[in-house]
Design a protein around this ligand. Sequence first.
Ligand code: PMT
Length: 402
Amino acid sequence: MSSALKGKRILLGITGSIAAYKAAMLARLFIKAGAEVQVLMTAAAADFIAPLTLSTLSKRPVYSEVSSESGWHNHVELGLWADAMVIAPATANTLAKMAHGMCDNILTACYLSARCPVFFAPAMDLDMWRHPATQANVRQLEQFGHRLIPPASGELASGLHGEGRMAEPESILEFLEKSLQAANQDLSGINLLITAGPTFEAIDPVRFIGNRSSGKMGVAIANAAAARGADVTLILGPSQERPDSRVRLIRVESALEMHAEALKRWPDSQAAILSAAVADYRPAEAATEKIKKSQDSLSIQLVKNPDIAADLGKQKVNGQMLVGFALETHDAEAQAKQKLERKNFDFIVLNTLTDPGAGFHHDTNKITIFFRDNKRLDFQLKSKQEVAADILDALASILARG
Ligand code: PMT
């Protein structure tokens, strides 16, 4: 099968990390897949790998300065030339510059000029990777619409063990191929409704009943669907996550608000993906004033919330597709299959809290998809961005069959 990289022009940005030696293999894989590769290196990267190695492999001069004896390297032209820019390895320093628009070398100058999709594969020590400043920069870059190729876990150059190793060149190639295939706009013209995040059910003006959903899974689906051409409306409960600007965002707090927004928008949608963790119950009455701790115990009467999924399922007409999630702790498969039937889903995405790295809050998830014809698809633990792509592949293939 021909690679999605065939005929593509790739700017490969290499920064100063020990993982820079792997960039030679990456350049070779891109070229073997049929891409043209222009290498950009920071000065620090040249301490780790010789530009000559990369110019020999790419059969093009390597640019490591904005100008050299051969003249000024036009970063604006290079930025426009590229079909994709891949920064691998991406150090904490370069990520910070990118997130804040700093531009003091050929790589960051090309990055600011690039109109193409940008991918970045971080490489650093585990504490640098975990640092809130690095994590904030990564989130910022994702909000710009750039794609994180998540680092792997393992032994690091420092001798420490943990997350921070650059993804292997083969995984970076696979990630890029999938993403560029996805750029085929196979969801173009589809109105897609997505619910995501938790709901908060007010007890009084200060307190609420909530749950541990971060919104990451649903926001990843929304961003990926918008990149594939869908017209996406995201109904998002209280969450720190921000979808990219192509997504129409509706903020809600409670299950009742999410229910009302979803029902209003469902008739105009071809498909809905319900990833929200909706509270099943809410306090029968929310106190208008802060409840004082005057008693030793306190009972709060709860009433059932409407089931958004079941209500959309009841109103589903021919040609509409409804995709649900199931978050389980036990009897996972049986529970998921029951929900598939009961809520009239076309397929259901099961994630279980017993799988390490799956479910709430993680940047990763591990899913199984169950279809109505008893078919199932099992997936490995992956980043939520990759999981989003797998779910949308399933949706797109059913939509394509009509
Ligand atoms: O947000 P993250 O931190 O990234 O975590 C992602 C996630 C774990 C929340 C997500 O992957 C997930 O599993 N979402 C569904 C959680 C859930 O509430 O599952 P459930 O089995 O209780 O509900 C089944 C389905 O019915 C879901 O599609 C749910 O959105 C929907 N539902 C449930 C209750 C209700 N009142 N209305 C609904 O629409």
